[in-house]
Design a protein around this ligand. Structure first.
Ligand SMILES: Cc1cc2nc3c(=O)[nH]c(=O)nc-3n(C[C@H](O)[C@H](O)[C@H](O)COP(=O)(O)OP(=O)(O)OC[C@H]3O[C@@H](n4cnc5c(N)ncnc54)[C@H](O)[C@@H]3O)c2cc1C
Length: 393
């Protein structure tokens, strides 16, 4: 058994294995940026924080996820999306090349012109080797961005969600707004009376001139009567780290996910019902808004196939006591089933858990068979199997 550990962040636990060997890349974090060509080269054990720190020195960035402790490797190999994706696409849409150690121990460079079949497969498929270096295209972002949170009480959630649906469909791609439903943490900008109460938060970033962003976000404040707001101009790297404190070390985690191409009223009712019976204070249901640039490439242009997805919905439960496992996992599974009729059918491979082998095909979508062919060429004996596995054709 052989596992590969990048950032060690994946909830399926595939960075580790029992009775086997772990190739741990976490000491390989070096990054170099060429501001003239707008390219970054970063090693396979780096986190998003390492990448952002290197690129933001030059006022540049590429779209990655929303917790800076996530590994760049696992995130990229599954597709990768975050606050900049509406404007600049999936992380894989910005991948220029990768250095890969294959199952035979050969070191190869994969790009549009070198091992193009492998390069196609790596952009959403993982599974094919140990990636030791990634080369990304970069875009001008920040260093300061308008970003923050606007919070409404759960009693206004349905109306907020309906207005959000219309707003995000018309918003410029520089503006990204995600919705999060959960119990309010004890944040200083929220009144004490709201701490521990169910809320819906709009998390926003405008990746252009902050002054232009101000007027664009104004309608978000008028969806109802906010109970608190914390929005301002701050360094992009600070916004990228805003949600890190929620990820306390040692917590137990379970999640499930659906891709969505539209947001239906019936889904809003299901979400509000389940937030009403939330099993622990750290649970949340969120919609990550993608769309825009993520939908423009053809579904077979990269292994990441879900170009129809406009939102990635995730129900993420976190708790401390193993005695609560059954209750907390049960809540996630029940919500997953209740929300399934509103989903588009696909799922983001990086949001699968360890027990979802039956969903691996829908995670790779129509690209599965081609991925299995590439797997047969580069890893016929399935050496790299501790992942959302593609069986060699
Ligand atoms: C709280 C939280 C928030 C998240 N938010 C986002 C988000 O906003 N956007 C998003 O796109 N994703 C998000 N994710 C999902 C994230 O992209 C995945 O969990 C990803 O797999 C993490 O990468 P890692 O390198 O840290 O993972 P690891 O746990 O180290 O590895 C995950 C998988 O990738 C393989 N792998 C790791 N490194 C390498 C390598 N160098 N070469 C080859 N294979 C490798 C591993 O073998 C394993 O199968 C989030 C996850 C969490 C827990």
């Amino acid at each position: 058994m052989l596992a590969i550990r990048g950032g060690g962040h994946n909830i399926a636990g595939n960075a580790m294995c029992d009775d086997g060997i772990v190739i741990d890349l976490s000491q390989m974090k070096a990054a170099s940026v060429n501001p003239n060509t707008r390219r970054a080269i970063i090693e396979g054990g780096a986190t998003l924080a390492d990448l952002d720190a290197a690129t933001q020195t030059h006022g540049l960035a590429t779209p990655v996820g929303i917790n800076s402790t996530t590994g760049i490797a696992g995130l990229t190999l599954g597709g990768g999306f975050g606050w900049l994706s509406r404007k600049y696409g999936m992380t894989v849409d910005n991948l220029e090349s990768a250095e890969v150690v294959t199952a035979t121990g050969e070191v190869v460079r994969a790009s549009a012109t070198e091992h193009p079949d492998l390069f196609w497969a790596l952009r959403g498929g993982g599974n094919f080797g140990v990636v030791t270096r990634f080369e990304f295209r970069l875009h001008p972002v920040g260093p300061d961005v308008l970003s923050g949170l606007i919070v409404y009480p759960i009693s206004e959630a349905k109306s907020v969600l309906q207005q959000y649906r219309k707003f995000i469909a018309e918003a410029p791609e520089e503006l990204s707004v995600w919705t999060v439903l959960r119990q309010a943490p004890p944040l200083p900008f929220l009144p004490e009376s709201m701490h521990g109460k169910a809320i819906i938060a709009l998390a926003l970033i405008y990746a252009g001139d902050p002054k232009q962003g101000e007027s664009l976000i104004e309608p978000l404040r008028k969806f109802g009567t906010p109970v608190g707001e914390h929005v301002g101009v701050q360094p992009y790297v600070a916004w990228q780290q805003t949600f890190d404190p929620l990820l306390t070390v040692g917590a137990r985690n379970y999640w499930k996910s659906h891709n969505l191409s539209t947001l239906k009223d019936g889904l809003f009712d299901v979400i509000i019902e389940y937030i009403g019976k939330i099993p622990s204070p750290q649970c949340e249901i969120f919609f990550g808004a993608i769309g825009g640039a993520t939908t423009r490439p053809a579904p077979d242009s990269t292994a990441y196939a879900h170009r129809d997805a406009k939102f990635v919905m995730n129900v993420h439960d976190r708790w401390e006591d193993p005695a609560d496992d059954k209750r907390c996992i049960g809540w996630v599974r029940d919500f997953f089933v209740a929300s399934a009729p509103f989903a588009s059918g696909g799922v983001y491979v990086n949001f699968l858990t360890a027990d979802e082998g039956d969903r691996v095909r829908s995670a790779y979508g129509p690209n599965y068979d081609r991925l299995a062919q590439v797997k047969r060429k580069y890893d016929p004996d399935n050496l790299f199997s501790v992942n959302q596995n593609i069986a060699p054709a």
